[in-house]
Write a protein that binds this ligand. Structure first.
Ligand SMILES: Nc1ncnc2c1ncn2[C@@H]1O[C@H](COP(=O)(O)OP(=O)(O)OP(=O)(O)O)[C@@H](O)[C@H]1O
Ligand SMILES: [Mg+2]
Length: 419
């Protein structure tokens, strides 16, 4: 690996401190969201468990309606996943007969989901309800246990009976453990449940058809990105070089008219025309550079990324491992992602340092920009991040933005580039 480091010192800024209240609010929001997801999952899990028991008991006798119920329930779960931002398309074609259904990978995957979600989702959903309720009961135990008749006061779950104050701290500790489980395990379980659904219900005979849908979407994104880029170039030419050239021609005309009578005015107008022409040239050069930065062809991706780091307003460390060149479009996409992310760090993050990683794997380029700033980046807040996402998706790559309130912010892309 040819990891290198570039440190660029800048004027010292106050280090942003994670505001504890903000962090706690963000943690509570995440656990609340996870709880909501798990409760939704609990609903479909109970239905799945019911259908599973039904299928095992009388499924053979009522195979067709059972199959239809399975499809309906799987579609309901797909809709639920969609509400949480995981688009899981309904298989375009459903197996007509029982024999065909048995051979259909999508139906078999739905049956596997039914068994796993029916059992696992019910247990997880039950725990998701139990944990926060038990946390509240056990943490507030000191406030009310003494009002109960002797022998009735127990923690949740009722593992032992509390008869005097010496037994109370253990119950409060148990409450803290329930609260920790709600906050820490809830989001993990919710994520796993959503992923399981997407993995099993997102499969179909037409994995190929899904791929076609995905390609159509990214092709549209590619065209959008292309049009946006053309519009940007058109605006730059129109507002910059074109205006200067118009000014040059007007000045030249005036100079020509003043040729006979007033040589001083002619000389002044020609000077102005020359200045305007030089400005037009400089603006044309800038536009050309922005189309495909020459630094990429001159110094390659590694050199270009080092150049960006050196110009960064926030101290920047770089780790580059790019032993071979990648296609120009891949290098340009990764370069523009790093450039946009570093500009955002300087403009919005309040960070004191930023780290850039760029690695070339045999079949892809991976890039990551991580800052220690205040977080809260949102691609809906501007055009820069959304433009990068469209550009990366258009190349069949993946893009991830992690930026919880309080920081840190990570922008990561993986762009395939063949081997
Ligand atoms: N590293 C970061 N740290 C904190 N907030 C960020 C960071 N990057 C982006 N943001 C937030 O996300 C929003 C969207 O960023 P984006 O790059 O899309 O737009 P922008 O930088 O505001 O404008 P432009 O369209 O010129 O790029 C920003 O307005 C900013 O509030
Ligand atoms: Mg931006």
């Amino acid at each position: 690996m040819t990891g290198q480091e570039v440190r660029v010192s800048t004027s010292s800024r106050p280090r942003p401190r994670g505001v504890p209240a903000e962090r706690v609010m963000s943690l509570l929001r995440t656990s609340g969201r996870a709880l909501e997801q798990l409760l939704g999952g609990f609903g479909t899990a109970l239905l799945a468990l019911g259908l599973l028991i039904w299928a095992l008991v009388v499924g053979v006798l009522t195979a067709r309606p059972t199959l239809q119920a399975l499809h309906a329930l799987a579609d309901r779960e797909r809709a639920r996943l969609g509400r949480w931002g995981l688009e899981v398309p309904v298989p375009p074609r459903r197996a007509a007969g029982l024999r065909e259904a048995w051979r259909d990978p999508a139906t078999r995957a739905e049956a596997a989901w039914l068994a796993r979600h029916g059992v696992g989702g019910t247990v997880v959903g039950f725990l998701a309800v139990l944990a926060p309720l038990s946390a509240v009961q056990d943490l507030t135990f000191p406030l009310w246990w003494w009002t109960l008749p002797d022998g009735w006061a127990s923690p949740s779950p009722a593992l032992w009976v509390v008869r005097d104050w010496s037994g109370v701290p253990a119950v409060v500790l148990l409450g803290a453990a329930w609260a920790a489980a709600t906050v820490v395990l809830g989001p993990v379980l919710a994520r796993r449940q959503l992923r399981l659904g997407r993995r099993l219900l997102g499969r179909s005979d037409g994995d190929l058809e899904l791929r076609v849908v995905e390609l159509a979407r990214t092709r549209a994104a590619a065209l959008d990105a292309h049009v946006a880029e053309l519009r940007r170039i058109e605006r730059s030419l129109h507002d910059g070089a074109q205006n200067r050239i118009v000014a040059t021609t007007v000045l030249m005309g005036a100079a020509r008219r003043s040729l006979a009578g007033d040589p001083d005015t002619t000389a002044r107008l020609l000077d102005q025309a020359q200045d305007a022409a030089e400005l037009a040239l400089a603006e044309l050069r800038a536009v050309v550079r922005s189309i495909l930065p020459p630094v990429l062809s001159d110094r390659g991706l590694a050199g270009a990324v080092h150049g960006l780091a050196a110009a960064s307003a926030v101290p920047c460390t770089v780790e580059v491992d790019v032993p071979v060149r990648s296609p120009a479009s891949v290098e340009a996409t990764v370069y523009s992602m790093v450039a946009e992310a570093l500009t955002n760090v300087a403009r919005h993050s309040g960070a004191t340092s930023v780290h850039v990683v760029v690695r070339r794997h045999p079949d892809r380029v991976h890039a990551l920009v991580r800052d220690d700033g205040r977080g809260g980046a949102d691609e809906a807040g501007g055009t820069g991040l959304a433009g990068i996402r469209r550009r990366v998706e258009a190349m069949d790559g993946t893009w991830t933005l992690r930026s919880p309130a309080g920081g840190p912010t990570e922008v990561e892309v993986v762009v395939p580039c063949g081997s």
